[in-house]
Ligand binder design. Structure first.
Ligand SMILES: [Zn+2]
Length: 374
């Protein structure tokens, strides 16, 4: 089998669940079984290690498979800040109260710093370690999603310097890299999961069992999607995020009506909640829009949709997070609209100091109480 054979490469990616189009004959379970057998053989036989290494280097799913093998014998790196940096963060970080800074990460991979194709979604493992060391030195306190919901209801307070670290998509590398690194710092995070993702792509996504195990380290398992973390035909040759566009119905030659859109969104939101609850085994109180898209930006074919998506999400979830406001990020307060809570997307190019700067500006502008550390 030649690695240059695109059809075979697609078939492999499809079989182990990577992002590829289904090959011809994809519906044939015999083909799938044969390919799985071939892949198992490829991994098992030393003679085949060379093509596997090539595959591992160039394919995201392959990288996750080799990361899993590496993590079985070696922990993710430990990162310590220079003493002068730690002293700076300890002395200069504002003490804010009545406010919550919300960050979102996706992937954490060892070689992400060198890879422009990660498209802003994957932060390097060492850089992530620097961020965590900065959080600790600066006195941030990571909180659970349940604590945030109780605070928004008015039934509990958050600690000073409250920080909510969120991950979307339930990727393997969050389990293999981020979870043990956070644990070393005594920190927790929230994982927003995609129902059915593991069954569809078990090499790329963490298993429900691994995701549920995060809860023993204080993680929250929340909702991100059911089976719809995808784009749909929005007519006029456009493909747009599932929850942000009216779908084109080719048999009828028309776009779905607003009522049909609303029903589809409602079903998806409930299915996502039920899927996350089944995976995490606990109550689900929050939702994060797939692709951050709910019809409020240019990725829509009808500006009327955002009002519908926000209203429907509010009806299902106490807390709904978007990725709006990247240029003017403000922390969440009790006055924030719980149906439109902003998250700050952590850019993989930001070092610890840059991330710290952005957080300091946000709390200076938006936290109800702010005082100096000294
Ligand atoms: Zn996502």
């Amino acid at each position: 089998v030649s690695a240059r054979d695109d059809g075979v490469a697609d078939a492999i990616r499809w079989t182990i669940g990577g992002p590829a189009r289904p090959p011809d004959g994809a519906g044939d379970p015999g083909l799938r079984r044969r390919l799985l057998g071939w892949i198992v053989g490829l991994i098992a036989l030393p003679i085949s290690v060379l093509p596997f290494l090539a595959f591992a280097r160039f394919d995201d799913t392959g990288k996750l498979m080799s990361l899993r093998a590496e993590r079985a014998v070696k922990e993710p790196p430990s990162v310590t800040l220079p003493a002068s940096d730690a002293a700076f963060y300890a002395g200069e970080s504002a003490v804010y109260g009545g406010a919550l800074v919300v960050l979102v990460y996706h992937g954490v991979m060892d070689d992400a710093d060198r890879e422009p194709e990660s498209e802003g979604m994957v932060v390097g493992t060492r850089r992530f370690g620097e961020h965590l060391a900065m959080f600790e030195a600066a006195g941030f306190r990571t909180v659970s999603m349940e604590a945030v919901a109780a605070w928004q209801r008015g039934s509990a307070e958050l600690p000073d310097r409250a920080l909510l670290i969120t991950f979307d998509d339930g990727r393997q590398d969050a389990i293999l890299n981020a979870a043990p690194m956070l644990k070393r710092h005594g920190m927790r995070a929230t994982m927003s999961v995609i129902g059915g993702a593991y069954e569809h792509a078990p090499a790329y996504h963490a298993s429900p069992r691994d995701l549920r195990a995060l809860r023993t380290d204080g993680w929250s398992i929340e909702a991100h999607a059911a089976e719809s973390h995808t784009a749909i035909d929005a007519g006029d040759g456009r493909r747009l995020p599932y929850l942000a566009a009216r779908r084109y119905l080719p048999a009828e030659g028309r776009l779905e009506t607003l009522a049909e859109f609303r029903l589809r969104v409602r079903r998806e939101l409930v299915a996502a909640r039920d899927a996350a609850s089944a995976i995490g085994g606990g109550e689900v109180v929050s939702f994060t829009w797939p692709f951050g898209a709910y019809g409020a930006d240019s990725r829509t074919n009808d500006p009327a949709l955002a009002a519908i998506t926000v209203q429907e999400a509010r009806a299902v979830y106490p807390l709904v997070f978007n990725d709006d406001g990247q240029d003017g990020y403000l922390p969440v307060t009790r006055d924030s609209d719980s149906g439109r809570l902003q998250r700050l997307r952590v850019d993989p190019t930001w070092d610890a100091r840059e991330l710290w700067n952005r957080i300091q500006v946000a709390v200076a502008a938006g936290a109800p109480t702010v005082r100096d550390a000294t």
